[in-house]
Structure formats: structure tokens, C-alpha cells
Design a protein. Structure first.
Ligand code: SF4
Length: 77
């Protein structure tokens, strides 16, 4: 199954030395980017040796939009 195949992770999750024990939230990646295999948008860890070049870097990255949405919902509840 694709979700369990850490070799198919994109971005920094795909380059991360912890991808086999972490892998990031697939639900959050999908909710924020529409790509279930995208990098975890809320992870602050920078994998060793991972330096996205201009072609890899997504300048439209939503950052931690999921957390922002959750905070807005909680503030209004
Ligand atoms: S969420 Fe962070 S720690 Fe986990 S695999 Fe992705 S980059 Fe690595």
C-alpha cells in the first residue's frame, strides 16, 4: 500500500532519516496540500543533509496551515 511505503514520501519526509519510524501525518499532508505523500507541513525538523534547491523548494508552501485552522476553530468554539 502506498501509504506504508516510506520510499514514496515527498519533500523533506522523503529525505528524512526518521521516515520509517515517523513519516509525518499523512492526513495533515493531504488536508493542507492535496498530496497524501507530501511532506508533513507542521514538522519543524530539518533532516540531516536535506537542502532543497530552488527546483525542489515549494515557495507556495502553506507552512502549518493545519495548525492555524485548528487554532481558529478552537478560538471560535
Ligand atoms: S514529519 Fe519530520 S521527522 Fe517525521 S519523517 Fe517527516 S521530516 Fe522526518
Amino acid at each position: 500500500m502506498k501509504l506504508r511505503d516510506s520510499d514514496q514520501l515527498h519533500g523533506k519526509c522523503g529525505a528524512c532519516e526518521f521516515r520509517n519510524i515517523c513519516g509525518g501525518s499523512r492526513a495533515r499532508a493531504y488536508a493542507v496540500t492535496g498530496d497524501v505523500m507530501a511532506e508533513e507541513p507542521c514538522c519543524i525538523y530539518e533532516p540531516r543533509g536535506y537542502h532543497p534547491d530552488a527546483n525542489q523548494k515549494d515557495t507556495s508552501s502553506p507552512g502549518c496551515e493545519a495548525h492555524n485552522l485548528i487554532q481558529v476553530e478552537v478560538a471560535h468554539s
